[in-house]
Design a protein around this ligand. Sequence first.
Ligand code: SAM
Length: 218
Amino acid sequence: MAYKFVDNYREQGARKKLVALLEGRGISDKAVLKAIGKVPRHFFFDETFWNQSYRDIAFPIGDGQTISQPYTVAYQSELLHIKKGDKVLEIGTGSGYQTCVLMELGAKVFTIERQRKIYDRTIKVLPGMGYPAHFFYGDGSKGIPTYAPYDKIIVTAGAPFVPEVMLKQLRIGGILVIPVGDEKSQKMITVIRVSENDYDRIELDTFRFVPLLGDQAW
Ligand code: SAM
């Protein structure tokens, strides 16, 4: 795939329409909408499919990989309440689109992917686009203890349960956002670490993610 980092009026216009559509769907955090409005989602697509890149759908982008639906990215980002300088662990780098949105929100992102081909592709693409996250290859279902604690943790694949090991890597006051359920559907869960041993858990809307595979997962 050839990467042509050209952001012309047509794509900028399509991006504005996408932002308006997400606002209409209930995304109200202005910073999140602004971030979605900044990340050139068509850069993740082959030029042949640029006309699909600002539709509110997930889309296959090669190597068996799918770029997440913008609504899902905006929804999870909103729940994280990112503050500038937040240290965020993202589990499931995938295309890196969500990573870019988090970085536009001012987060310092540590992101981990377990599929080698996907990892190799994303570490080549993102820095060239101006998003130099900290990239890791491996099983993120155990988090990344070496760099803990994190202000926020986001899981972008469907988990069978909330891994205890992830909770322990949250700073007190930190937030974990994770879809939990079976293979067919998952509820979005946020967990806030209120003290050393206390957590508040909120269950939200239903989504369908690819499975989180690994030691603390499927
Ligand atoms: N957020 C991405 C985006 O913006 O396009 C899409 C993420 S995709 C829905 C989920 C990713 O999680 C896949 O690339 C998958 O390989 C990865 N994954 C699944 N289990 C994982 C694990 N235990 N550790 C790290 N990544 C994992």
